[in-house]
Design a protein around this ligand. Structure first.
Ligand code: HEM
Length: 354
């Protein structure tokens, strides 16, 4: 399956008015619950404070919504995508970093939140490992099923987003849309599915149709729990491609902040586990994942020697990924989980950081 690069796919023109409305809508369930939490005496991590306040009206409404599993959520469909992710742990990390995270900065208006909170600029390495920990938890649990650690992480991030909305109000320009709005949440969600899958293929991992669908449905379910309106969520791989084309055509106009975030990300992750690649090599990997047009707009450098080296690594990776398919799924998942947890254990000092 060939997945389109940003702004190139076929967008359904009828989507534009819905996305325009979505730019003005945030996540009232989480925003109201956070207001209640902050007025209460509850202490500790945001999720624990939500639990403590769950009898109060706004927290109760959020609590009930994140415990209502939609009828379309199906663990057995999600599984193929997550087994694939554990079969390709290091490539998944590279695809998420050089593809998904970097491309999320291209949506310049949405990314204004990130330049304002500043965490990616000042503490990029830890922020990347935390995002990797978050995606690993989701893959381990085949989605954020209530009662799992993935559910706890996803609900916590939903409250972190509500906190970010409050923190960036000063100096916010309404022409950017509302901070962390529904369109930006949808766009970012697709970074973890459409852009992740496209980047994996660019890095030498060919996905089966079931694996594409498994990733798509895992993130559809994650989006539901993260507060993306259910009627905006991508229902299938093809639907996601159309939504991605529409959002990327509307929002992908990178600016100086987009470039600053991308370069801060690659500098923070240069020469550290699990890639141990210099920044120039990450730029070349980024060019493969994002395509030359977006890579040029982000000012990703060309480096002929690293271009050849990355091309050779992609060829070797294609062979490795094909050979790995002959290993039984259970063994691949166990090895992948072990690799992911040991990479994260050496890079993050504790789990459950939200
Ligand atoms: C719906 C898809 C999204 C996913 C899966 C997602 C994922 C995450 C994760 C895992 C974290 C925690 C990282 C940490 O511990 O610092 C986080 C934090 C954060 N996210 Fe999101 N996010 C999404 C959408 C967005 C959007 C649209 C924005 C707006 C730009 C945003 C802004 C933030 C901010 C400001 C933080 C706090 C950390 C920081 O300041 O960088 N997120 N998100």
């Amino acid at each position: 399956m060939t997945l389109a690069f940003a702004r190139t796919g076929e967008a359904d023109e009828d989507l534009a008015p819905r996305l325009e409305i979505a730019r003005q809508k945030q996540d009232p369930l989480a925003d109201d619950a956070l207001a209640e939490i902050l007025e209460s005496k509850a202490t500790g991590r945001l999720f624990d404070r939500l639990v403590a306040c769950r009898k109060q009206p706004a927290c109760k409404a959020l609590w009930e919504q994140v415990h209502s599993v939609p009828s379309w959520a199906d663990k057995s469909v999600c599984q193929a995508g997550n087994t694939m992710a554990f079969s390709n742990v290091v490539t998944s990390g590279l695809a998420l970093m050089c593809g998904s995270l970097a491309e999320s900065f291209v949506a310049a208006n949405g990314a204004k939140v990130l330049t304002r909170t500043g965490r990616l600029l000042s503490d990029g390495q830890r922020r990347v490992y935390e995002t990797a920990d978050f995606t690993t938890a989701i893959a381990e649990c085949n989605g954020p099923w209530p009662g799992t650690h993935a559910h706890r992480d996803v609900v916590s991030v939903r409250l972190i987003h509500a906190m970010a909305r409050r923190n960036v109000v000063d100096g916010w320009d309404d022409s950017w849309g509302r901070p962390v709005n529904q369109e930006d949440m949808l766009g970012t969600l697709m970074m973890f599915s459409h852009v992740y899958r496209r980047s994996l293929e660019a890095l030498g991992v060919d996905l089966s149709p079931d694996e594409h669908l498994g990733v798509n449905q895992t993130w559809r379910f994650t989006g539901f729990m993260l507060g993306v309106d259910e009627d905006l969520l991508p229902t299938s791989v093809d639907h996601e491609a159309q939504l991605y084309a529409a959002v990327s055509k509307r929002q992908f106009t990178p600016d100086a902040d987009s470039r600053a975030l991308t370069h801060a990300l690659f500098d923070a992750m240069a020469n550290v586990p699990p890639f141990f690649l210099p920044a120039v090599a990450l730029h070349e990997a980024g060019r493969l994942c994002l395509g030359d047009e977006i890579a040029d707009e982000l000012d990703l450098k060309r480096h002929p020697r690293w271009e050849r080296t990355i091309a050779a690594l992609v060829r070797a990776n294609r062979t490795r990924a094909a050979v790995a398919r002959h290993v039984p799924e259970g063994a691949r998942t166990r090895v992948g989980r072990l690799m992911a947890s040991s990479i994260l254990a050496t890079s993050l000092d504790e789990r459950g950081k939200f």
